[in-house]
Design a binder for this molecule. Sequence first.
Ligand SMILES: C[S@@+](CC[C@H](N)C(=O)[O-])C[C@H]1O[C@@H](n2cnc3c(N)ncnc32)[C@H](O)[C@@H]1O
Ligand SMILES: [Zn+2]
Length: 285
Amino acid sequence: MLRCLRCKGDVAVHPSGLQCRKCSSVFPITNGVLRFVESQGYAGNFGFEWGKYARTQLDGEISNLSERQFIESTGFSPAELQGKWVLDIGCGMGRFADVASRWGANVVGIDLSLAADVAARNLCSRDNVWICQASVLNLPFLEQSFDYIYSIGVLHHTPDCEQSFKCLPKLLKPGGSIAIWLYSAYVRWYRMSDVYRKLTTKLSPKSLHALCVAIDPLYYIHRGLRWIPGIGSVLSGALSYAVPMNMNPSREWRLLDTFDWYSPVYQSKHTYEEVFRWFEDCGLR
Ligand SMILES: C[S@@+](CC[C@H](N)C(=O)[O-])C[C@H]1O[C@@H](n2cnc3c(N)ncnc32)[C@H](O)[C@@H]1O
Ligand SMILES: [Zn+2]
């Protein structure tokens, strides 16, 4: 299902990766990742994020939250995915590729950032998972290669969400399914964060992460305020409006998600109307 990114020619195995038969371009494999880009581009924050929180959201003995989130955001079921070819766009550290591959699918995960390396490490023991470092805007796959495509929390972090989405339907086999999950334009709690993001997106990932750690105690102030009878809930509401941050009871999840909100260079929000139109434009039902 692979083709040359530069000339669309056939590719063949080469000692250090894949090589195009036509233009001789080589796409290396390093750390178990097939590389189609030379850098993370604008997505370095995600390389940092998933390097730091490499397994936090991975399902395990104590949590199956990622599986529940996968079902909720795609509507896919284990019976459907079993034995099918599935493409995970923006796989991050691989938590949903983990779910789909546990369900018996053959999963190809792609990510622009070095999160790809983390996914490859997390899932290296599976023989039904392949990880590529590539951009959704320039994918190395033949048309009609996949039965299912999903992209959870990714396309709104690209320079143009609609354009990124429209790269995908042609990769589906006839009768295939695609599911995407995007930020909502209807939610309003984050208004103030749009102001802060003008600064936070310019900080280095390390500095921004230190800032997230520094403001984390607000979570406890927040919870304390709720105990004050009467005005407590007003005060805690005002605080979350003034400083939007993740309120997960787990400190690790909270820091991860607060960083995830304030670090991406691109962050767009979308309406149902808009997204339904994109699906219709692509001839999807
Ligand atoms: C918020 S993370 C979500 C990761 C994963 N889907 C999850 O929910 O755990 C967004 C991911 O999109 C990736 N990404 C951003 N722009 C991309 C692009 N143009 N092509 C592929 N991946 C991209 C980032 O590197 C990052 O890992
Ligand atoms: Zn080529």
